[in-house]
Ligand binder design. Sequence first.
Ligand SMILES: Nc1nc2c(ncn2[C@@H]2O[C@H](COP(=O)(O)OP(=O)(O)OP(=O)(O)O)[C@@H](O)[C@H]2O)c(=O)[nH]1
Ligand SMILES: [Mg+2]
Ligand SMILES: [Zn+2]
Length: 352
Amino acid sequence: MNNLSYYGWTETLLRQKAKSIFKDLPHGRISVTHKTRYEVVAEEGYFSCELTGNMLYGRDPSEYPSTGDWVIFQPIDTEEGLIMDVLPRQKTLFRLKSGTISERQVIAAHVDKAFIVQSLDDNFNARRLERFILQLREEEILPVVVLTKSDLEFNRTEVETALRHITGEIPVYYTSIHDSDSIVALREFIQSGETVVFTGSSGVGKSTLINALCRKDVFKTANISTSTGKGRHTSTRRELVIMEGGGILIDTPGIKVFGVTNNDADSLNDVMDFSQFEGKCRFKDCQHIHEDGCAIIEALERGEIDPGVYESYLKLRKEVWHFTASVQEKRKRGKSIARMVEEVKKRSSKYK
Ligand SMILES: Nc1nc2c(ncn2[C@@H]2O[C@H](COP(=O)(O)OP(=O)(O)OP(=O)(O)O)[C@@H](O)[C@H]2O)c(=O)[nH]1
Ligand SMILES: [Mg+2]
Ligand SMILES: [Zn+2]
């Protein structure tokens, strides 16, 4: 028997389950997503599940179940089942699906904290941090910056300067697998029943860190496979594990480019730490791009805002506008198709 409260099951989820027509069936949490199969942890054990046709029909792919989701399933036997329903999602980490301009991809659902992992050897990049932080704001997931490989050489002053504008609310951890105190500090930061997703580029040490936090090798890492001479191992799936003594950790494959889908201007201003200039621009709806009397542009000219930060602001602004415009365009197209269907229906009833 698994105690699902260790997997994040709550009273709120129980109340939501009671509203489902499948409320009498067992529930569980998706621990791994394969192409068409899902591994589900339930009180009764571990089940390998598939989706019913109903679960696919009329849904946007971003609404299909994903790692971290809570589902209701019909067991077929003691090891297999069919997913009948997904409980409403909260705190979902999305990204812009690579190769698209308007599709959202789910990385993980029901996430409390996101560890944005960068390694101090050569991966540290404040611009990349800003993207993740902006995205997390949309779903009220707490961003946490985790800088790994602190045993290797790096320039601490440079790192701290680059992090200065990233508001004081965001915790920053320096870790090294060779320094157990740094691992203990991070472990203490994860509460029982809390879900943490690890995200970042390939090779920064996400899987290694999860193994260290769990005190056992739950995931393969680059190091293990180099020792067997088989080349580098990179994680290829999103997988959820339990950390003894509390916390649910989700490992993810390395991400090359993290495209954002959050179009909230206030969030972007906050992430860039522009909020101190709020209300100081001449125009209320100032976008801080070329407007006269813009407090941000003036601060930039006075050297109070780092040009790198401002450039990053412009780039993200452009990206999210692009995303929103494509979504609106798609919606409009969807509407005009619906209108055409209505027209056809009306005409055909005329000739009945
Ligand atoms: N020196 C040092 N090396 C580390 C540390 N953490 C991880 N590494 C090494 O970094 C390499 C990559 O680690 P992984 O854990 O596989 O990286 P990952 O982020 O999971 O990579 P993907 O699965 O490809 O996304 C391995 O060789 C680790 O041993 C650290 O704190 N210090
Ligand atoms: Mg990995
Ligand atoms: Zn302005």
